[in-house]
Design a protein around this ligand. Structure first.
Ligand code: HEM
Ligand SMILES: [Cu+2]
Length: 538
């Protein structure tokens, strides 16, 4: 048994005195074994991040195909049935394969380092949480090659359409079960690590904000992944075992699926944005050389957003026919979320106010996050208004909205975090000029791609349709050109990351003078086993 993983020091808990690991220090095992059998939080974090990058490129390639088809009206490149597979799998893989695992990768690397713990609480479960992912990813990608092609009923998997598909639909259900299992195990690991393994003196209200956002996100995951599992299990039994939960012909109700799905789905969008808040709240103070403005209100804002996220799910269902009282309830609860979100945006701006700002690549991404995520938040508020949503539901306005929150929100915060911590992870500085080029290409191309989609949606262009009326042609061409630049820019990112791993200017323990969390007290890269003697926090 590996002593490191079996008995981490738990400060302050009798029977678990901090142990001296000096006699057992060893490096990583060599070759494939290092990665397959790893129980080391840093290696597992690295695996998560690379897996997520691979999925990001694959789902990004699907997006390129979608935009190539939509560059001109008419059907040019793909058959409409294939187009539906592309939109469904693009969304599904971006969400479950790219964004969520990337944040878990950050949690693996940074939570132990920021709380001064030697590793995650359950290192073997950690290994299993990761190695479930490639299985699910393989299922999803290979589903393109089975008879009938991949599941084509949207990432939301609505019945009755979802009931009618072939084997790929079952493969997708299985993949999501596996991903959910991985997420739940990962979340339990993070909760236990944060609650039990903080360095002496680090009270909850002294935790770095990234750790706070992940603690709350992990509770959301434990709460809603089982709900998604229920929805897709009911779907599975409807498809194969003669139940009729969602089939009207058998006395069931397809709208029931939407309720169960969105009771998971709305908290899920916060699962993809709360850790982003944490990353941005870490980066802005560093490059403003000022403490985060309103730390306590930030913690309470994140907690309120998480709580409110359970009360708003039917804002995705305003056109399914619900009583006016229901519409009003979900409209007002949704608008309530703007209050804690506004608190956060205010605090970020106040953190920058009169700071000694410098604009290294992570800072550029973090500032872009604040501006662009806020646009996505505002279009979300527009969609929360029932009479407006009845017009805009299922149009390109929705596509614009969720890409402002998911791409310029979640994905760009991930890029910010990668540039911020790459020097710590690799011991080298990345190429700053290349990083800035990547930033400007991404920020500009992102807006060229997705801003016109607001106009398309307002003018009535439906989403998830491969063809469109002539009056939408110009904006679609602009969006497609932007998308190709956006896609190509990410190859620069890949190149920059790889060359940083291979070499570059030595980073030193603390390359960012304004940083003050515990990871910067370690060397870069940190030793394979760090904080084996827990630090003390004042
Ligand atoms: C290079 C960047 C990206 C481009 C060009 C792009 C483009 C698109 C397009 C054209 C659609 C289909 C719209 C439709 O007809 O319904 C779409 C859907 C979607 N995208 Fe993206 N996307 C990108 C990145 C992302 C990212 C980072 C996420 C993050 C999670 C994401 C999440 C989604 C989701 C959830 C859908 C809905 C899928 C569905 O309705 O079934 N996308 N995207
Ligand atoms: Cu929602």
């Amino acid at each position: 048994m590996d002593a490191h993983s079996a008995n981490p020091a738990i400060p302050g808990v009798p029977g678990h005195p901090p142990r001296d690991y000096a006699e057992e220090h060893h490096g990583a095992p060599g070759g494939l074994r290092r990665w397959l059998t790893s129980t080391n939080h840093k290696d597992i974090g690295t695996l998560y991040l690379w897996f997520s990058f691979a999925m990001f490129l694959f789902a990004g390639a699907l997006a390129m195909l979608i935009r190539a088809e939509l560059a001109r009206p008419g059907i040019q490149l793909v058959d409409p049935a294939v187009f539906n597979q592309l939109t469904a799998m693009h969304g599904l893989i971006m969400i479950f394969g790219a964004i969520m695992p990337a944040f878990v990768g950050f949690a693996n690397w940074m939570v132990p380092l920021q709380i001064g713990a030697p590793d995650m609480a359950f290192p073997r479960m950690n290994n299993w949480s990761f190695w479930l992912l490639p299985a699910a990813g393989t299922l999803l990608i290979s589903s393109f090659f089975v008879p009938g092609g991949a599941a084509a009923a949207g990432w939301t998997m609505y019945p009755p359409l979802y009931m009618q598909g072939g084997i790929a639909y079952d493969m997708t259900i299985l993949a999501i079960h596996i991903l959910g299992l991985s997420s739940i195990m990962g979340a339990i690991n993070i909760i236990v690590t944060i609650l039990n393994m903080r360095a002496t003196g680090m009270t909850l209200m002294k935790m770095p904000l990234f750790v706070w956002t992940w603690l709350i996100t992990a509770y959301l995951l434990v709460a809603v992944m089982p709900v998604l599992a229920c929805a897709i299990t009911m779907m599975l039994t409807d498809r194969h075992f003669g139940t009729h939960f969602f089939s009207a012909a058998g006395g069931g109700d397809p709208v029931l699926f939407q309720h169960v799905f969105w009771f998971f789905g709305h908290p899920e969008v916060y699962i993809m944005i709360l850790p982003a808040f944490g990353i941005v709240s870490t980066i802005l103070p560093t490059f403003a050389r000022k403490p985060l403005f309103g730390y306590t209100s930030m913690v309470y804002a994140v907690a309120s957003i998480a709580f409110l996220s359970f009360l708003v799910w039917a804002h995705h269902m305003f056109t399914t026919g619900m009583p006016a009282a229901g519409q009003l309830f979900f409209m007002y609860t949704t608008m309530l979320i703007a209050v804690p979100t506004g608190v956060k945006v205010f605090n970020w701006v106040a953190t920058l106010w009169r700071g000694s700002l410098t604009f290294e690549t992570p800072m550029l991404f973090a500032i872009a996050f604040v501006c662009l995520f806020t646009i996505g938040g505002f279009s979300g508020l527009v969609l929360a208004l029932v009479p407006v949503d009845i017009q805009l539901q299922d149009t390109y306005y929705v596509v614009a909205h969720f890409h402002y929150v998911l791409f310029s929100g979640a994905a760009m915060s991930i890029m910010a975090g990668v540039y911020y911590w790459l020097p710590k992870w690799t011991g080298h500085m990345y190429n700053e000029a290349l990083g800035k080029t990547h930033f400007w290409l991404t920020a500009i191309a992102f807006n060229v791609t997705f801003f016109p989609m607001h106009f398309l949606g307002l003018a009535g262009m439906p989403r998830r349709i491969p063809d469109y009326a002539l009056q939408f042609a110009e904006f679609n061409l602009i969006a497609s050109l932007g998308a190709f630049v956006l896609g190509a820019a990410q190859l620069l990112f890949l190149y920059n990351v790889i060359s940083c791993i291979r070499g570059g200017k030595p980073a030193g323990a603390k390359p960012w003078e304004g940083a003050d969390t515990l990871e910067w007290t370690l060397s870069s890269p940190p030793p394979y086993h760090s904080f084996t003697t827990p630090p003390t926090v004042r």
